[in-house]
Design a protein around this ligand. Structure first.
Ligand code: FEO
Ligand code: CA
Ligand code: CA
Ligand code: CA
Length: 641
């Protein structure tokens, strides 16, 4: 059987044989460095092979006792640790204008929802107060609320669908900024707080960067193409070294319908004429792409805002491209420019990085206000020999010209996926989170799964995406040339192939050293270099035979020096574990539990809201709620070690 590489070459091999080969010859740490040395010799690149233990803020290692898989409707953590709910959907954000209490019967109004936690917590970051300090007892937690389950959001679900229900759904999207503080290790939300705010799918945002004001961004409501209402489907996140938050618009296409003919770019991005069930278009006509063909172009971006200034207007940074943005993770280049790594979470989509034109200013944070508006976007190509390169998406270069249908740089950025297709980037198995090692700058990226890899008319396997019908995913990593995040070439290998070691199908077993998991999604390095891995095996996949051995979704920690992975947390039924950060002293960890009780059928039945989970309120509650959980060691020690 013949399998195509993403660049059209074919590999005469069966998927199983290739998988075995990958397992056998999987590049170990030594293998990666050998590859890097080979790259250095071949391309005369000054690659450093220095160890990564130096330069860390603190030393660490796996110091907790790993826990068993679980199918309990609870959050479980290791012996000696405690996990407590801090901030669940519907809890008041603490805005000075009011703190409406959550109603377990989902009876809160749209106006209440605008002052409460949104649904489906995702990416999260802790900003110490004041800015520039390393205060570990008072700070701002900023997080995303990815999407809504309208079966849980309204007491009667989609029945009697109305403008108010659309407004409530829109207000349950976006971001929260909450002030949190601790006394004696006990954390609470500060209410009221002058910092508390919600950004929603109705908040006016500025559009900036090369695509702002361009023809493709203009609509009837915004003829200038510079202001847009809202951000939604904010999945993971990022932050800048100058203390702003980055929130990333992922599955924006699912909110649109079209009463007209889909434009090619709408098709390329997955817009469906009938929509995906949010029904916003019925009372907010800009979500009908047939009537407002440019409105979709105004979503799918990275948004930056300053949590320290509650009046600051969030800004869509078009220089970072438009696709299903998972998150935006930054690193500083040797010359001081900011590098932002970006994943496009869709089957067969790409990994990108943005490099700013200018170095960021370490003294004056205001000088960085528009830094993300100028720079170059690159997309990754992973060669089968373990090397890779970054391909620029610059109008006028290669096929990114008028002759090939790209009008200008704004057009290249609005149609980022088409531009990446044109330069021949490598089609990946759903890039999710990216984590940059705090000392070595080695980059890790979760590729969560891709059930269509190797199927008819789809890309076949390659070395970076080595399994056909890839259910459990893998974690890829690379080291940039010269260990400089701004490098144009890199050496890569697979850190781990996820799976169930007892699976009857050898291709589903993976090669995890230690505790097994499937579908890695959230990924984060703490200051000691421990790699935290969060999983998102879907409810429908979990329900199938042979998958329940992995239990509910979970979080693990890996010591990349040994490759050992240990299970640290298991979540309640039907949840995804996504979003993790610690205070600077590493004695408090915040973890988000998303969609407890997710229904394998999709949205929940409003008549049986607790059918799949009652977490976190249990029998006293009305329905499951996504929530931020605080994790502490009982002895107040450093988490993980
Ligand atoms: Fe919202 Fe790709 O996870
Ligand atoms: Ca995710
Ligand atoms: Ca996922
Ligand atoms: Ca999810």
């Amino acid at each position: 059987m013949s399998h195509s590489y993403s660049d059209g070459r074919t590999l005469n091999d069966s998927p199983n044989t290739t998988f075995e080969q990958i397992l056998e010859t999987r590049l170990s740490r030594r293998g990666l460095l050998k590859g890097a040395v080979a790259l250095a010799v071949a391309g005369s690149l000054p690659l450093s092979v220095a160890g990564c233990a130096t330069g860390l803020r603190r030393e660490g290692g796996l110091g907790f006792r790993g826990i068993a898989v679980s199918t309990a409707d609870a959050v479980r953590v290791p012996e000696g640790y405690a996990a407590n709910v801090l901030y669940a959907w519907g809890d008041p954000v603490g805005h000075p204008s009011g703190s409406p209490a959550f109603r377990p019967d989902a009876g809160n109004t749209a106006d209440d929802q605008a002052l409460q936690a949104g649904m489906h917590h995702d990416g999260i970051h802790y900003f110490p107060l004041p800015y520039g300090s390393d205060n570990s007892a008072n700070g701002l937690l900023v997080m995303n609320h990815e999407y809504t389950d309208d079966g849980l959001l309204h007491a009667d679900g989609f029945a009697n669908w109305s403008a108010d229900k659309v407004r409530k759904a829109q207000n349950a999207h976006g971001c929260s900024v909450i002030e949190v503080r601790a006394a004696g290790g006990k954390w609470e939300v500060v209410r009221p707080s002058r910092y508390a705010r919600r950004v929603t799918a109705r908040t006016p945002l500025r559009i900036s960067g090369p695509a702002a004001g361009s023809a493709g961004m203009k609509t009837a409501a915004d003829p200038a193409g510079t202001t847009v209402l809202g951000t939604f489907n904010n999945c993971a996140h990022g932050f800048t070294p100058w203390g702003t938050y980055l929130t990333c618009e992922e599955n924006w296409d699912t909110y649109f319908t079209s009463s007209g003919t889909l434009m090619p770019d709408q098709k390329r991005n997955g817009v469906s004429p009938k929509g995906r069930g949010y029904r916003w278009d019925e009372f907010d006509e800009r979500f009908d792409a047939g009537r407002h063909p440019h409105e979709p172009n105004r979503h799918g971006w990275v948004v930056e805002f300053d949590p320290y200034d509650p009046q600051s207007q969030p800004v869509k940074r078009t220089a970072l491209g438009r696709f299903s943005h998972e998150g935006a993770w930054s690193a500083t280049a040797r010359d001081g420019r900011l590098v932002v790594y970006l994943g496009d979470d869709r089957r067969f989509e790409y990994i990108y990085k943005f490099i700013s034109r200018d170095a960021w200013n370490r003294v004056d944070r205001n000088a960085n206000r528009n830094l993300l508006d100028h720079g170059t976007l690159y997309v990754a190509r992973f060669h089968d020999d373990g090397n890779g390169e970054w391909l620029p998406l610059v109008h006028g270069q290669g096929k990114l010209t008028r002759e090939y249908g790209f009008a200008d740089q704004a057009d290249v950025l609005i149609r980022t996926r088409a531009a990446a297709d044109a330069v021949g980037a490598t089609k990946m198995d759903r890039p999710e989170w990216i984590a940059v090692h705090p000392a070595s700058h080695e980059v890790y990226c979760t590729l969560t799964n891709n059930s269509q890899r190797g199927t008819k008319d789809k890309a076949g396997i390659d070395r970076a995406n080595p399994r056909a019908n890839n259910v459990f995913g893998q974690i890829i990593r690379w080291r940039e040339a010269g260990d400089d995040p701004a490098g144009m070439k890199f050496a890569w290998d697979l850190f781990a192939i996820a799976g169930d070691p007892q699976h009857p199908d050898t291709a589903r077993r993976g090669n995890i050293k230690g505790d097994a998991y499937g579908s890695p999604d959230g990924l984060w390095f703490d200051d000691s270099g421990l790699l935290w891995i969060q999983t998102d095996v879907s409810a429908s996949t979990l329900n199938k035979n042979h998958y329940e051995r992995l239990g509910n979704n979970q979080m693990l920690a890996a010591d990349i020096r040994t490759g050992e992975t240990r299970r640290f947390l298991t979540g309640p039924n039907g949840c995804e574990v996504t979003g993790v950060v610690m205070t600077p002293d590493a004695r408090t960890m915040f973890v988000n539990i998303q969609h407890p009780g997710e229904s394998p059928q999709g949205r929940n039945d409003p008549l049986q809201p607790k059918a799949h989970s009652a977490w976190p309120d249990g029998s006293s509650g009305g329905r499951p709620r996504s929530a931020t959980v605080v994790i502490r060691r009982n002895d107040g020690g450093i988490i993980g070690t």
